[in-house]
Design a protein around this ligand. Sequence first.
Ligand SMILES: [Zn+2]
Length: 185
Amino acid sequence: MPPVDRNHPKRAASSESSYSLMEFIREFPDDAACLEWLWRNRFSDDGEHAECPNCERTRKFHKVKDRPAWDCDSCGYHLHPAAGTIFHKSSTSLHLWFYAMHLMTSTRCGISAKQLERELGVTYKTAWRMANLIRNDLMAQDDDGVIIRPGPQAFVVLPKPHAVPPQAQPGTHELRPSDRQKRRA
Ligand SMILES: [Zn+2]
């Protein structure tokens, strides 16, 4: 048997979890990692090039210092990875949002706003608001009415499940095959 790597604990195959807290911490160690994740998943596969709405072609972009944005090397157009998502203009850090999503998508019976308040160290009002946005705008229902728990992958603001079925909205509910979190409650 190979020696155990204590710095990289492996999830037991028998575990019901498809994404452990340790895996979350490794993938999202800080706020910048969450922002970078949004950037790569929404705009830039390679982290460098994106479609510039102003130039109307693929351009090289670079991160704007001290701002959550990338700008076009050719025309200076700013792309904000969080724009149009539930995180936009929130004073709560992306890291806390992502952690909240992880908590809400990894607990079988859901998590109360009160517990979220304790886990995140935010006010109850903030926790309650976050929980509602994540639950109502981010989580969606599948054909059987079962909640799909996409986790941080689903950053796009989804239509409310009871209002518009996700399958009727191509493009707004793209869960790629690599999505780990697609599982049932
Ligand atoms: Zn441009």
